[in-house]
Design a protein around this ligand. Sequence first.
Ligand SMILES: [Zn+2]
Length: 208
Amino acid sequence: MRNNSVVNHMIACNQCDSLLPKPILSEGQDALCGCCGAMLFSKKKDAINRTIAVAIAGLVLFFPAALLPIIGISAAGLFNDASLIDCITILINSKNYVIAFAVFMFTLAIPSVRLITALYISSCIKFNRVKPSLLVFFRSYHLLDTWSMVHVFFMGVIVSMYKLSSLADMTIDGGLFSLVLLLVCSTLVSVTMDEHSIWEELEKSLEQ
Ligand SMILES: [Zn+2]
């Protein structure tokens, strides 16, 4: 307990390994290493409210992203469109289980669980409900961060759509816009979330 409180007032520089006293920052300020000038951490402006707003916006987009048609294709006098769930179902029916699983995980599951986790952590801190169990949620959030390969996936989607457009008349529907915005919100939550402050809140609750 006592050692923890001493350690919690110190911070190590990632670049030069200097151990420095942790400064208390106001919102919008950055802490720099006194030895090498590298950034130690920053205190983001209104991080909790911004994270909650982005997470709710992203979660609202979940159902339109999953259920509205993403693209429509007309060829030889026929028109067909499909939602993301339709695409996953078609992949499962054609026994492409691994691709279906990957599409589901990287477009819907991981972004949504990240947003739910970020919303839960931020809400608990906003309403002073910080408990040691939040550590599990925060670790899960970090684990999912490693797997949020949405940019890589989307590059694949855009290249595929570009190739398709030369074969048939293609229309982009509301589902695709919702999906893009859902993924943007999932990525944006990493920008708005002040992880350093959250660690501090969790450390304080563990010390009590
Ligand atoms: Zn340094």
